[in-house]
Design a protein. Structure first.
Length: 203
């Protein structure tokens, strides 16, 4: 099973997009990881979406996306020169600094508002109501692949608080109101909640 940590290793630049209906190929230029051991067939998270490296190019790589990815993530909205969060898959001996992220995006959310709170930036998001049950205060989730802690939830929205380092080292610092982000809720929380529902149904 491919696992990520939600700790972004590079911010890449989309250098080319080839779209065919609801499938597309992305060419991504890297900065920090261009001299890494990235190879064909590797799993890599692009804005939190697990994809496979299908081609190595000068200073970067290409990935292909299928219709499910187009429909469920924000990757289909990308344009050339857009920035994307990049994280290679976790190696067996790597340190787990964030939380378990699978790169299986559940849905997207829209940025409603943002404001400063002393040394942090608070981002407020609106999400499809069917996914709110998986988002709990002080729980984990990945936003565009970034491992974050939920700081507040209501029936209408949820919030996360970011330190300046996260804002400057990921694409979250470039977000503006109404932008769409990828959301992967905590896999452990999903298993726990779903097992409780199944147990209730069998009582």
């Amino acid at each position: 099973m491919t696992v990520f940590t939600g700790i972004i290793k590079d911010v890449g630049t989309v250098s080319d997009i080839q779209k065919h209906a609801e499938t597309f190929t992305l060419a991504i230029k890297l900065d920090q990881l261009r001299n890494s051991s990235l190879k064909l067939g590797d799993s890599i998270a692009v804005n939190g979406t697990c994809l496979t490296v299908t081609k190595l190019i000068t200073e970067g790589f290409e990935v292909e996306a299928m219709p499910e990815t187009f429909r469920r993530t924000n990757l289909g909205q990308l344009e050339t020169h857009n920035y994307v969060n990049i994280e290679p898959a976790l190696g067996a001996s790597d340190k787990l600094d964030g939380h378990f992220v699978l790169g299986h995006v559940d849905t997207t959310a829209k940025l409603m508002a943002h404001h400063s709170d002393q040394n942090s930036i608070v981002l407020r998001f609106q999400i499809d109501p069917q996914y709110r049950k998986y988002i709990v205060e002080k729980g984990s989730l990945a936003i565009d692949g970034v491992s974050l802690t939920v700081s507040k939830t209501t029936s209408e929205y949820f919030e996360v608080s970011l330190i300046p380092y996260t804002m400057s080292h990921t694409i979250l610092g470039e977000l503006t109101n109404n932008d769409t982000v990828n959301i992967e809720t905590d896999i452990l929380g999903k298993y726990i909640l779903d097992s409780k529902v199944e147990a209730y149904q069998h009582d």
